[in-house]
Design a binder for this molecule. Structure first.
Ligand code: DC
Length: 251
């Protein structure tokens, strides 16, 4: 006999909805989450969006798709004009029928190709190209126009792209903790891990992301800063959720 799940998907959905009613608002609501790699930002943003009944935008996936295109087409990383032209031609956008939404280039889903080691190594340099950032910012604002109830995460969402967002967060964590989280993800995926190399690469990305001239990683004005070093994902989401609710549910 096949074992039955203790809770059916329908019951789980009802439980989830009862425990976490969506934010009772109809007006556009943008929540931004910025911060360096390894703070749990993506997971937190996706689950927070789910709890609040908002859409979720992973802007890092757009820069990763651009870096993938540079590698795949053998483009010269120094030829900024060509990179911007070809990435614009790819018409990056998301398939909102998948969870989480998948980034598409030339209508093709990018899938895990944008998470490879090679892409991760190159992406900060590609994301530092000023003209490419301006292109992405325009696209992200169009996406927000089409999905006006949004949790969006990245490095410049509260500082540059949506400075008037309803609630802005900045997640941070100790670099060693962030590197260890990344190492743990790789171990779980059965991949070889060199903790010292991971920490070194993470620091290098932080450095490039924070010192570029266009849209550097900064704490946005009026952002709520949360250090996640000692917190579980669930604890972070709980804090963010109650903060968003207290801000938005005020009469
Ligand atoms: O969050 P992530 O690791 O997927 O981001 C990949 C890279 O993209 C990261 O090195 C910084 C860059 N990025 C950015 O510059 N601006 C954003 N809004 C999102 C990501």
């Amino acid at each position: 006999m096949t074992a039955q799940p203790a809770v059916s998907p329908q019951q789980a959905h009802e439980h989830h909805t009862r425990r976490h009613p969506t934010v009772p608002i109809s007006q556009p609501t943008i929540v931004t989450i910025d911060g360096p790699a390894g703070t749990g930002k993506s997971t937190v943003a996706r689950l927070l969006a789910e709890r609040l009944g908002l859409d979720f935008l992973d802007t890092g996936a757009m820069y990763r798709a651009a870096a993938f295109i540079v590698l795949d087409r053998g483009l010269d990383p120094a030829d900024h004009d060509e990179i911007v032209e070809i990435v614009a031609d790819a018409d990056l956008h998301f398939d909102w029928t998948t969870d989480p939404p998948q980034v598409l280039a030339w209508l093709q889903p990018m899938n895990d190709r944008i998470r490879s080691r090679e892409v991760t190594r190159l992406v900060s340099a590609v994301a530092a190209i000023a003209a490419l950032r301006r292109h992405m910012v325009r696209k992200q604002r169009i996406i927000a126009h089409q999905h006006p109830r949004l949790v969006t995460e990245g490095r410049d969402q509260g500082s540059v792209v949506f400075p008037d967002a309803a609630v802005k967060f900045y997640l941070d964590a100790d670099a060693n903790v962030r590197a260890e989280r990344r190492a743990e993800q790789l171990r779980a995926a059965g991949k070889p891990v060199d903790a010292a190399v991971i920490l070194e690469e993470l620091r290098r990305r932080d450095e490039i992301d924070s010192t570029r001239t266009e849209g550097p990683l900064v704490v946005p004005e009026h952002a709520v800063v949360l250090d996640t070093s000692e917190l579980s994902v669930e604890q972070v989401i709980d804090q963010l959720e109650s903060l968003v609710r207290s801000r938005l549910e005020k009469p």
